[in-house]
Design a protein around this ligand. Structure first.
Ligand SMILES: [Zn+2]
Length: 256
């Protein structure tokens, strides 16, 4: 075993133990607090296989108080589509969160930067969009790390949240995200717009399923989404919803 692999596994062991501490919300926070009594003992004793057994936060929705929800767009940035989504948000002065694919950011860095400059949050959606749940820990770490670096280089913003492609992420992998100081967020309203079900279907799904606390999943991938997003936003506004970014909604996993 080479040194970097050993160090990585040691870190996982530390984080795995931390995840088992029910009184602390976020593994990253616990890992930083290594002065905690007994931490050394736990660190040595914690096998990698036990990571994430308890206390793992996989977020599927926000707080249901008030009328706030979060609209999110995955899989971009996509030249020709993302600009239209941005225009719809700008016209209504609304903020959203864009979970970007690292290699697509590398291909269109100025578009990624523009998303940030227009006041939206950027999240990590892996580098090549694999099913992370099927990968080895080191591969998952590389997917997340490389995307963090690429997004930060393009936009000056380092994501606080990641969303696993296809929702494929095992509880045992939570500590890998925590090691990158990333919270893991899924969704509660799935428009399935990636399959291009038609603009009316996308609109109907969002408007019938959204509740206070909802996390709405869309994709800035196809023109069909861009064509309907203005009506989706107007429909939510008419129903009295307010819009939050994921960090505005959930806070930062680093400070929680
Ligand atoms: Zn995706």
């Amino acid at each position: 075993m080479d040194l970097s692999r050993r160090v990585f596994l040691q870190k996982l062991g530390l984080l795995g133990a931390s995840l088992a501490a029910p009184s602390l919300s976020w593994a990253a926070q616990t890992a930083a607090g290594s002065t905690e009594p007994g931490a050394e003992t736990i660190r040595r004793a914690a096998p990698v296989a036990r990571q994430g057994e308890a206390g793992v936060h996989f977020v599927h929705h926000g707080p249901g108080l008030g009328r706030r929800l979060a609209v999110t767009f995955d899989d971009g940035p996509t030249p020709g589509v993302t600009e239209k989504v941005l225009a719809a948000l700008r016209e209504r002065q609304l903020s959203a969160t864009f979970f970007m694919i690292g290699q697509r950011v590398a291909a269109a860095p100025s578009l990624a930067r523009r998303v940030r400059e227009e006041g939206h949050e950027i999240g990590n959606h892996s580098y090549t969009h694999p099913q992370l749940g099927r990968l080895l820990a080191q591969q998952v770490q590389e997917q997340l790390q490389r995307t963090q670096v690429t997004i930060e280089q393009a936009t000056g913003f380092r994501p606080s949240w990641m969303r696993p492609p296809y929702g494929s992420f095992r509880p045992a992998q939570a500590s890998i995200a925590a090691q990158e100081s990333l919270g893991v967020v899924f969704w509660s309203v799935d428009t399935r717009d990636w399959a291009r079900p038609g603009t009316e279907r996308i609109l109907e799904t969002v408007l019938t399923q959204s509740r206070p606390g909802s996390i709405v999943l869309m994709h800035d991938l196809h023109l069909q989404t861009a064509e309907v997003v203005g009506r989706v936003l107007d429909g939510l506004l008419e129903r009295g919803f307010e819009f939050a970014t994921i960090s505005g909604f959930l806070g930062s996993p680093r400070n929680a």
